[in-house]
Design a protein around this ligand. Structure first.
Ligand SMILES: [Zn+2]
Length: 324
């Protein structure tokens, strides 16, 4: 019926309840969906990203859904749970293996460190090193621990296929990296092969990697617009590469401002951010709206939740819909 459709999503990890920072991303993605097509609205979905099961907290997903409901942010379909979708992730990995775009890796973290040391790279603490490519051309009798995406080979191949790139307005792949345009941050660039290398798809502990699960689910749910926190912006190039490798469409991306604590650090569950209180959802939403640059409510004390959300839907369009 409507080919220019919109499907957005909010995809929290249930490692704790929503806090002031995650509410900003939730509100932004909801507003973006509701403001679509001059306020006629698109679809808005919620996906529970519980693929990293050891990090998930029992009951946190239910609490997040209750917090969203209290804030009037209701999804248009029942939430999707990543922990139930292993078979789909396996299919995607099989597809990549069949296309020679994924390979088994026998390296432990220590092996990777040693390969870097042997290459004369200085050791830097707390910096995730790009994979040195040890198993790219075979395991040489070692046992596979994980599966990796052939980033380096794929980027070379894609960069050669110039006609293919011309079809995409929002990104391009060149030998020196991937360029893409964020609706808020503008033009972005990352040399994925150099900064990340051949990244993990299936982890040594048997869990599916975040990047693969996100790309498979965004495609399966028909997501057209991803709105999420700026801390995830540097995942975007890896996800665009996987979308291309799996022959799936690339959504548009909008990364929202982060909320910082008094110490200047990004608010996060790991950093001990206070859970969002449900006794005054409008107040919490007003704080989130302010972070997003939305105008203050004219009569904050006499405005109902639904009316506040409607005001922000109208204000959202000129602010963020200019670059769909
Ligand atoms: Zn390896």
């Amino acid at each position: 019926m409507n080919t220019a459709s919109y499907v957005g999503r909010f995809a929290p990890s249930p490692t704790g309840p929503l806090h002031a920072g995650s509410l900003v991303a939730a509100l932004a993605s909801w507003l973006d969906a509701r403001a679509w097509n001059a306020g006629r609205g698109g679809r808005w979905l919620v996906r529970i990203e519980d693929v990293d099961t050891p990090r998930c907290v029992p009951g946190a997903a239910e609490r997040i859904l209750a917090q969203l409901a209290a804030c009037g942010l209701l999804p248009d379909a029942p939430p999707l749970w990543q922990s139930h979708r292993g078979a789909l992730y396996q299919q995607a990995l099989d597809q990549l293996v069949d296309s020679n775009l994924a390979y088994p890796c026998a390296c432990s973290r220590k092996d990777i460190e040693m390969a870097h040391a042997a290459a004369g790279h200085a050791h830097q603490r707390h910096i995730e090193r790009p994979y040195p490519g040890t198993c790219r051309h075979g395991l040489r009798g070692r046992t596979a621990r994980s599966w990796r995406f052939a980033t380096t080979d794929f980027m070379k191949k894609q960069a050669q296929t110039l006609t293919h790139q011309a079809q995409h307005a929002s990104f391009s792949i060149a030998p020196d990296g991937l360029r893409w345009t964020d609706r808020r941050l503008g033009p972005q660039q990352q040399d994925v092969a150099r900064s990340v290398g051949d990244f993990v798809l299936l982890r040594a502990d048997g869990l599916w990697a975040y990047q693969l699960a996100v790309v498979v689910d965004d495609a399966a749910q028909g997501i057209t617009h991803v709105v999420r926190g700026e801390d995830l912006a540097d995942n975007t190039p890896r996800q665009i590469l996987l979308q291309q490798a799996l022959q799936q469409p690339t959504p548009r991306y909008l990364h929202t401002p982060l909320v910082r604590g008094a110490d200047g650090e990004k608010l996060s569950k790991q950093h001990g951010a206070a859970p969002l209180m449900l006794d005054n959802p409008l107040q919490a939403l007003q704080t989130a709206a302010q972070v997003l640059g939305l105008p203050a409510l004219v009569h904050p004390d006499n405005t109902r939740l639904g009316d506040a959300l409607s005001q922000w839907v109208k204000a959202w369009m000129p602010l963020y819909n200019r670059a769909l």
